[in-house]
Each structure stands twice: as structure tokens, then as C-alpha cells.
Design a protein around this ligand. Structure first.
Ligand code: HEC
Ligand code: HEC
Length: 354
């Protein structure tokens, strides 16, 4: 058997075992919302597909069906640039709406590495590193932490606990395909850009009705009445059209959370969960040495990390005992509170909390 075939077999058997185990584990407290899901995992759920060339032991992200370019140029405020939907979504050269918002991108950030199937970092994380709820926020991290994470993805120590979350697998595949020099160049680039404030928390019993895209972006259903929120969080872009059509890197987020989340989260972060998070993440939680900043990220992103630490699919000897003491509800409150805080990189024009 050649290597490709062995990998393909390992991958199929692996996902069968992982599939049934993970299916059995999903208790009623599983935070589906954080993984971009509106329904619990079930027998008909769509799970991560194998990579098209079958050559890697890691599954891939869902590839949307090609959409014909409609030729309609979209625009955004404060820029002369215009892009069609497909230009904004180009895998190996997505839109750069605001070149003045960031230093010159390294080629791999702007274009990826097509020969290795590595899509541009700027596609998912944007040229400015602000990122989205369904991927991650890579501005405002130190070079050291950034490199550690690429290593963890590449080594298989950072996977999603939810087998439906395919783009985390693609992130692992991407990290494994980068040379050391490429990793260092990208880490230096993104760590030079501060994370801007981009989240408005709304405590409420209700949230807009949403639909979710294949990779887990939630968008309001136009004209639909609000829905009961329940014990979960629903996060949507402030300007859904701009984010969906144009991948607007300046768009911000609205985080709908159960009433009382912010106060509960604040108490837990201050030490009510056993240990004060600031002991390692810094007094303002904006990071301390290579302990990462944990504020101003979407609640969906933060919740996934805490839940993945708890399930052990994101391995960290330091965070594991901390999350062991936290329930899913605690983690939700913490994620909402952290999302409401200012990461310190400007963008203060949006109100933090409503
Ligand atoms: C297909 C979309 C996609 C592309 C392209 C992509 N990423 Fe990611 N990245 C993700 C996702 C998804 C996550 C978060 C995974 C999770 O929450 O489970 C992530 C997370 C990260 C993180 C961790 C951030 C943190 O706070 O720990 C780093 C670092 C990162 N990506 C770097 C890169 C680099 C460098 C590139 C380009 C070479 C890149 N990504 C391209 C989807 C992508
Ligand atoms: C003893 C030190 C320590 C304490 C206390 C601590 N953390 Fe962490 N935290 C870490 C380290 C180290 C990492 C990086 C883990 C890794 O290697 O992936 C981390 C990572 C994280 C991440 C992932 C960040 C990202 O960008 O993906 C989150 C979220 C987080 N911690 C939240 C918390 C919260 C909430 C608390 C308090 C309840 C807390 N931490 C307390 C050390 C700590």
C-alpha cells in the first residue's frame, strides 16, 4: 500500500471511531451554537469531508459549490475599491478592501500557496486579522503564541471536539503545510496588528431568527420575527450583507446572550470559577508574555476553545484543570463577558454593551 492509501484508510477508520464516540458524548449541555450549529448532532448531520486528494490524515472544510460570477461589483464605506462576490471570496487572493488598515501582507497571507492547496490566511482571518466567529481572531496575539498554535494544529494537538466543524480541520492541514520560515513571516505580520473592538453584547430573552452557512457563520433571516434565545448565545454580523457578500473586514458583531450573562461571567473570570483568569492572561486579560489575550473575541470562538479544552481535543496541560471545574453554562457566561471587553486596539466607536 502506498502512503496515500494508508492515510485514506486511517482517515476513514479514524472518523468512524471518532464519529460514533463523539456522537455518544453529545450530552444536552453541548454548546452547538458555538460550533455554528442550530441543531444537536444527529445521524443525518453533515460531518467533515475527507480532503479531495485523500493524501492527508486530516479531513477538510466544506467546499461550497462554485457560484457563477454575477459580475455585480459591490462597494463598502470609505473605500474606492469594488469587488464582485466571487472576487471577495477568491481562495488564493481574496478582496483587500482597506489596504491602509494593515502593513503590506506577506504573499502567503494574501495569496496562500495554491500548489499545496493552502488557501490565503486573509480569506478566513481577513487581511487585518480581525477574523470571524466561525474561524478565529488572529490579530493582537504574540508571535510566540501564534507559532505555538500553528505547531499544535500541525501536530494534531488542536482539533475540534465537534466532528461537524470542518474548517478547524482545514486549519490543521494548512498549519502542517507551512515551512518554518513561512510560519515566522506570518506570525510577525499578524502580531504587528492590534485587535480592534468589534463586539456589542445584547442581553435578551430573544434573538433574531438565524440561518447558518456551511462553515458556521450565522446570519439573520430577513423579515422573520425574533425567536426565543434560551440558554445559548446567538452571534450575527452587524451588517449581514456586507459580511456575507463582501467579507467586510471592518464589520462588527452583535452577541445576543441570556439576561445576567455579563455579571455571571465577570464573577467567574475574577476567580469565582476557582482561579482568576488574570493571573495568567494579564490584569486586563489582554495577554501576559505568551499567555494569549482572551478579550474582544467572539463568544462563539472563545466558547469553542474552552469546550475543546474540556473535551481534550485542544490539548493544554495548563488550561485542562481550569476548564475541568467549569460547566458549559459557566463557560458561556465567561465567553460573553470576555467578548464584551475592549481588546485595546481601537475601534471604540461601537458601544460595548447594550
Ligand atoms: C478555511 C479557513 C481558514 C484559513 C484559510 C486559515 N485559517 Fe486559521 N483558523 C481557521 C479556523 C476555523 C480557526 C479556529 C479553529 C477553532 O475555533 O476551532 C483558525 C485559527 C487560527 C489560529 C489560532 C488563533 C488563536 O487565537 O489561537 C491561528 C494562529 C491561525 N488560524 C493562523 C492561520 C494562518 C497563518 C493561515 C494562513 C497560512 C490561516 N490561519 C488560514 C480557519 C482558517
Ligand atoms: C495558569 C495559567 C492560566 C490561567 C489561570 C488561565 N489560563 Fe487560559 N490559557 C493559558 C495558556 C498557557 C493558554 C494557551 C494554551 C495552549 O497552549 O493552547 C491559554 C489559553 C486560553 C484560551 C484560548 C485563547 C485562544 O486564542 O484560543 C482561552 C479562551 C482561555 N485560556 C481562557 C481562560 C479563562 C476564561 C481562564 C479563567 C477561568 C483562564 N484561561 C485561566 C493559561 C492560563
Amino acid at each position: 500500500m502506498d502512503n496515500k492509501l494508508i492515510y485514506a484508510c486511517v482517515s476513514v477508520i479514524g472518523s468512524m471511531i471518532l464519529g460514533s464516540a463523539a456522537f455518544a458524548q453529545h450530552g444536552p449541555d453541548w454548546p452547538d451554537w458555538a460550533y455554528g450549529q442550530l441543531e444537536p448532532l444527529g445521524p443525518d448531520s453533515r460531518t467533515a469531508p475527507p480532503c479531495p486528494d485523500g493524501s492527508r490524515p486530516i479531513d477538510c472544510a466544506y467546499q461550497g459549490n462554485p457560484v457563477p460570477d454575477d459580475g455585480i461589483k459591490h462597494s463598502l464605506p470609505d473605500t474606492d475599491r469594488t469587488f464582485t462576490r466571487n472576487e471577495a471570496y477568491a481562495n488564493f487572493g481574496p478582496a483587500d478592501w482597506y489596504p491602509g488598515d494593515h502593513p503590506q501582507m506577506p504573499d502567503i497571507v494574501a495569496h496562500g500557496k495554491e500548489s499545496a492547496g493552502v488557501r490565503a490566511c486573509a480569506l478566513c482571518h481577513y487581511p487585518n486579522g480581525q477574523g470571524k466567529m466561525e474561524n478565529g481572531h488572529v490579530a493582537g496575539l504574540t508571535e510566540g503564541y501564534f507559532l505555538q498554535q500553528l505547531e499544535a494544529f500541525a501536530a494534531g494537538n488542536r482539533r475540534s471536539a465537534d466532528i461537524r466543524k470542518a474548517n478547524t480541520n482545514e486549519m490543521a492541514m494548512i498549519a502542517a503545510s507551512l515551512s518554518d520560515a513561512e510560519r515566522r513571516e506570518i506570525a510577525a505580520y499578524y502580531s504587528s496588528i492590534p485587535l480592534r473592538k468589534m463586539i456589542r453584547v445584547v442581553e435578551s430573552d430573544q434573538a433574531p431568527q438565524v440561518r447558518t452557512t456551511t462553515n458556521g457563520l450565522m446570519l439573520p433571516v430577513e423579515g422573520a420575527p425574533p425567536m426565543e434565545l434560551g440558554m445559548r448565545v446567538i452571534e450575527v454580523p452587524e451588517n449581514p450583507d456586507r459580511t456575507e457578500m463582501s467579507r467586510d473586514p471592518r464589520d462588527t458583531w452583535v452577541t445576543y446572550a441570556p439576561v445576567g450573562s455579563l455579571a455571571a461571567g465577570e464573577a467567574l473570570v475574577a476567580g469565582g470559577g476557582g482561579i482568576a483568569c488574570g493571573a495568567c492572561h494579564g490584569p486586563e486579560l489582554r495577554g501576559l508574555g505568551d499567555f494569549p489575550s482572551i478579550v474582544g473575541r467572539t463568544a462563539s470562538y472563545t466558547m469553542r476553545q474552552l469546550w475543546d479544552f474540556k473535551q481534550g481535543t485542544r490539548q493544554s496541560a495548563v488550561m485542562a484543570p481550569i476548564v475541568a471545574a467549569l460547566s458549559a453554562e459557566d463557560m458561556m457566561y465567561i465567553s460573553v463577558y470576555l467578548a464584551s471587553l475592549d481588546p485595546g486596539g481601537g475601534g471604540a466607536e461601537i458601544e460595548g454593551v447594550e
